[in-house]
Design a protein. Structure first.
Lengths: 54, 191
């Protein structure tokens, strides 16, 4: 389940990426928005209580 | 059986305590160099390099024509409304999977979806960790004598990798495994 407190506490770019991911499930697009490499973005997803493969 | 793995599969799978079970299913798994380039964590790189040394994994340098086709797939994923985007690493995996009949290992749902819109990819087999664990159970590479033991394998994967399976799909896989076990007449697998 998504940790919205965590998501809302993120810097703007990461928050936007996480919210986009929740909305669309588009891993690669959200990763691009985040500016992170894939592995780091996946780690961020896990911290946010989200999963890949939405 | 041969496989080709992309980044989002490997970075999760490498965290699993039973990760070497992958090679019970696959005699060899190809790793495109574009996939390797995305891996940053030390623990994942150590496991990958160890398996490359043991020749269970093999580094793949895509041919120019494979790269061209992969770029076309990436463009299609951006152009077709409703599709999840693919990037080059998983697109290369799809190209190689299609050319050689290898199982594509990915967690990117876009790779599953694009098979439904690009006819040339419709026969490509794509497995996520969910399907890999399912096959390990169905082929009895992992022993599970009860429903609890079946569920425990998926739970362990989730806890160790922090990957969360979609609940409805997990239930369908558990039911499939149990049905198979009942069909084999395995005692104690009825839960």
């Amino acid at each position: 389940m998504a940790d919205w407190d965590f998501i809302r506490s993120q810097p703007p770019r990461l928050r936007a990426a996480l919210e986009l991911y929740v909305e669309t499930g588009d891993l690669r697009l959200a990763q691009r928005i985040s500016g992170l490499v894939l592995e780091d973005f996946v780690e961020l997803l896990k911290k946010a209580g989200l999963r890949t493969g939405l | 059986m041969m496989g080709v793995a992309d980044t989002c599969f490997l970075i999760d799978w490498a965290r699993f305590s039973q990760r070497d079970l992958l090679f019970e299913l696959f005699e060899l798994v190809l790793v495109p160099e574009q996939v390797l380039a995305e891996v940053r964590s030390e623990s994942t790189l150590l496991w990958l390099s160890r398996q490359l040394g043991r020749r269970r994994l093999q580094l793949l340098t895509p041919l120019p024509r494979q790269l061209e086709e992969a770029y076309r797939i990436v463009r299609a994923s951006y152009a077709i409304h409703g599709l999840r985007r693919l990037d080059l690493p998983e697109a290369i995996c799809l190209v190689v999977g299609r050319e050689h009949g290898y199982v594509v290992l990915t967690e990117n749902r876009g790779a599953l979806m694009i098979r439904e819109v690009l006819p040339e990819l419709s026969d490509v087999v794509v497995w996520r960790a969910l399907e890999v664990l399912r096959e390990l159970l169905l082929r009895q590479h992992v022993s599970a004598r009860s429903e609890e033991e079946v569920r425990a394998l998926f739970r362990r994967y989730e806890e160790e990798t922090l990957h969360i399976f979609p609940r409805d799909e997990l239930e369908a896989v558990v039911e499939e495994v149990l049905r198979s076990a009942r069909g084999r007449g395995t005692r104690g697998a009825e839960g």
